[in-house]
Design a protein around this ligand. Structure first.
Ligand code: GRF
Length: 208
């Protein structure tokens, strides 16, 4: 059984896709053991509690400094003893210590085809604003392992989504979620739970 902790900051539609995937059998052999948010008001916490999952908030502003927050965050993760940490719209810089302790056991979803529109400042709607400003005709989503860089870890899977004339950032964000993110993230978690994902020389290999 793959024990996962999901970290969230906002609405939690990706979390919901994981919850539904586990409930409906699209994600096998997996248990969501805890949901962690940095934001007390995140609707994702309600989604977790509605599904009977332990949901906790650890807000940086409640700690004296970043180091104290990082320690509390690490402790919260370690207590759950997860096999995999899933960042599903988590807007907090992950402490390097966590990345080192959980090498190739942290995944993130990013709402573009990496390496486009990523790095500092590219989150949420800003990613879609940048894609529209550049005039790309295809965008999408990427699930990748988290390394010490920003959006630079080994790519597990990507899905393309068409940009259409008249798209606004909001419309494009919705299409990328519906056509890519909500499918891709559960799919990747299931592959990992089935032991089908390996990282070799910084590249992901997915077996049949
Ligand atoms: C998603 O677009 C995800 O790719 C990004 O943040 C957003 C989170 O949305 N990293 P939600 O909270 O899952 O609805």
């Amino acid at each position: 059984m793959l024990k996962i902790v999901v970290c969230v900051s906002g609405g939690g539609t990706n979390l919901q896709a994981i919850i539904d995937g586990v409930a409906q059998g699209a994600i096998t052999n997996t248990q969501i053991v805890k949901v962690i948010s940095n934001n007390q008001g995140a609707y994702a916490l309600t989604r977790a509690r509605n599904a009977g999952i332990q949901a906790v908030c650890i807000a940086p502003k409640e700690y004296a400094d970043r180091e104290a927050f990082n320690q509390a965050f690490l402790q919260e993760i370690d207590q759950a003893q997860p096999d995999l940490i899933v960042l599903a719209g988590f807007l907090v810089k992950i402490p390097v210590q966590l990345i080192r302790s959980y090498g190739n056991r942290i995944i993130n979803i990013h709402p573009s085809l990496l390496p486009s529109f990523c790095g500092t400042g590219y989150y949420g709607l800003k990613v879609h604003e940048a894609a529209l400003a550049r005039g790309v005709k295809i965008t999408g989503a990427t699930v990748h392992f988290v390394d010490e860089g920003m959006d630079t870890g080994p790519i597990i899977m990507q899905k393309a989504v068409a940009v259409k004339e008249g798209d606004t950032p909001e419309i494009l964000q919705k299409r990328v979620m519906e056509e890519a993110e909500w499918l891709l993230l559960p799919w990747c978690i299931n592959l990992i739970a089935c032991g089908k994902v390996k990282v070799e020389n910084g590249q992901v290999l997915v077996s049949e």
